[in-house]
Design a binder for this molecule. Structure first.
Ligand code: FAD
Ligand code: SF4
Length: 511
């Protein structure tokens, strides 16, 4: 047979070599692409993660006997497609294989590439998820609302995870969500997550990033992420040993004393294929069956990986293309400068953005209830907020960033994903964090110079979006509380909010 089969592996498809067994005869194509590093100004650590992990993966594949064509970063080499086309021509390739591509625009490029050259395209099932896109479509078919809880239950039933012999959920409940909301007590210090040891590839790539991407946010030299499968598995073990037991109760806790609290910090490894959700859940369930782990922690974690992560992926594929174009709340304000500098007197925002700058990470509640909540209440333009989330976090890819930001945090889809906006005042942040004691504002004050801005902005949001939100049945109580306020208070809220918003300056990207 003339011609070779070519397996294109993207930087977020670094699956264990045994997943590639059916393509042993194929040449593996991997290329570091300047365009993908720069189409948004990705955090420097995210670029280090990508390139160093890709280089280690090429080593891993070669050690497993695969033939790899690896093209390093080269600014003058042209577009990804041109470099791929050169290898296709050289190998007289007729068949191109690839794993399911999760980001729709990237998939479209690969599809077009093959169509233009009449290359046979073979798509391999991705081990990055337990469910299939088709299964999610079937779940969605007969439903008006796509509730995560319903999909999660279906996933539990389908996989048998945390299901007893009678088909009932372990612990008697499908969700222990109500047990996941404790504030971090003073005497409890979560363990530090130890940075992964630096490989020779990490050292080399830090130099490249400092040279070529110096104007991107963050600092490459602060890099701390796993870039090999072995390192990612070590982080998984550390999570099981040191943090899983406390994951449940403190899942929503926010603290200045720990930027990772009891979270797993595994999302980048899961999203580039160094870990699969299957192996992560197997490891968690093995520990659970050995005893001594609370069901609220185990179920809480399973819900994130088997529920939320898979639901978000299915939802993205159902809504794309076009999902990002809605702007239900008519939000238009540009991103303020402090999203890049972290320089703001609002301590909760300062802390959450500063950890994002330093670590290319913030946990879910910082992303949703601090930064996202602020963006929602101040009507920041969805496209600008989404680009920010996409570039600052090491785990960010469109398939997962977009539904979380556009749907969950900003309610820009009008409620396709969340049944109501995740809006909150300073009272919530004060209840769940220790930020307010170090803040120049007072969460107990509703109006005036020292009042927490989240307090008046919360009501201003309800007032200014009334025609869009009032008919939402889940907003009934909030609007009843609003309408009980005296006219004078509403006027004062409007005045102070408008002054605050007038002082938000538009941002420019800064390193
Ligand atoms: P843990 O709290 O330890 O949770 C375990 C795992 O569950 C995570 O590693 C992740 O894989 C999965 N998970 C939990 N919640 C979600 C969720 N809502 N969506 C998808 N997976 C979830 N997650 C990303 O992976 N990439 C993103 O770009 C991203 N952008 C987000 C943007 C916004 C506005 C919000 C509110 C959330 C976003 N998330 C994103 C979801 C979530 O915040 C991160 O997955 C989580 O913070 C990663 O940290 P962890 O690994 O310590 O998570
Ligand atoms: Fe944030 Fe308000 Fe608390 Fe300050 S007082 S940390 S602005 S919630």
């Amino acid at each position: 047979m003339t011609g070779r089969r070519l397996l294109v592996v993207l930087g977020n498809q670094l699956f264990a070599p045994d997943r590639l067994e059916s393509c042993r005869d194929a040449v593996v194509f991997m290329a570091e692409d300047v365009g993908l590093c720069t189409y948004v100004k990705h955090h420097q650590q995210k670029i280090v993660l990508f390139l160093a992990a890709m280089r280690s993966y090429a080593d891993e594949l070669r050690a497993a006997g695969f033939e790899v064509r690896y093209l390093p970063l080269d600014a003058g080499a042209g577009a990804y497609e041109d470099r791929l086309a050169a290898v296709v021509a050289e190998l007289d390739c007729r068949q191109l294989l690839h794993f399911e591509v999760e980001d729709k625009p990237v998939e479209a490029r690969l599809v077009e590439f093959c169509a233009q050259r009449s290359l046979q395209r073979v798509e391999l099932r991705s081990p990055m998820f337990l469910g299939t896109r088709q299964d999610f479509r079937e779940f969605a078919d007969d439903r008006q609302r796509l509730l995560m809880g319903d999909y999660y239950r279906r996933q539990r039933q389908r996989t048998g995870i945390l299901i007893d012999a009678d088909g009932k959920p372990d612990g008697g409940k499908w969700s222990f969500d109500a047990a996941n909301r404790r504030k971090l007590p003073k005497g409890l210090q979560p363990p530090e997550v130890a940075p992964a040891p630096r490989t020779r590839h990490v050292d080399a790539v830090i130099g490249i990033v400092e040279q070529h991407f110096a104007d991107h946010p963050g600092r490459a030299s602060d890099f701390w992420w796993p870039t090999t499968r072995e390192q990612a598995r070590q982080w998984l073990q550390d999570f099981l040993d040191e943090r899983l037991a406390q994951f449940g109760p403190y899942e929503d806790a926010i603290s200045q004393r720990s930027q990772t609290v009891f979270h797993s910090v595994l999302s980048p490894s899961l999203n580039i294929g160094l870990l699969t959700p299957g192996e992560v859940l197997d490891a968690v369930l093995e520990r659970y069956s050995a005893g001594n782990l609370p069901i609220a922690s185990v179920e809480g974690f399973v819900r994130q990986v088997l529920g939320w992560r898979e639901y978000i992926r299915g939802f993205y594929w159902l809504q794309m293309p076009g999902y990002q174009h809605s702007n239900f709340l008519e939000a238009k304000r540009p991103l303020p400068d402090f999203f890049w500098t972290a320089e703001t007197d609002m301590n909760c925002l300062h802390q959450s953005i500063e950890t994002t700058r330093r670590n290319a990470y913030a946990h879910h509640i910082q992303r949703l209830m601090i930064i996202g909540n602020f963006a929602l209440l101040t009507s920041l333009a969805p496209a600008e907020v989404e680009e920010w989330y996409l570039l600052v976090y090491a785990d960010a890819f469109e398939w997962v960033e977009l539904p979380n930001t556009h749907g969950m945090a900003l309610f820009a889809d009008g409620g396709l994903l969340a049944s109501k906006p995740y809006s909150a005042s300073g009272a919530y942040i004060n209840r769940m964090s220790d930020y307010c004691s170090g803040c120049r504002f007072n969460p107990g004050e509703k109006l005036g110079e020292d009042a927490c801005p989240f307090n008046y902005l919360y009501w201003y949001f309800l007032i200014s979006k009334e025609k869009l939100l009032r008919s939402n049945p889940r907003m009934g109580l909030a609007y009843r509380n609003l309408f009980n306020k005296p006219r004078s208070e509403i006027e004062a809220i409007m005045l102070q909010s408008e002054q605050f918003l007038a002082n938000l300056d538009p941002g420019v990207v800064r390193s």
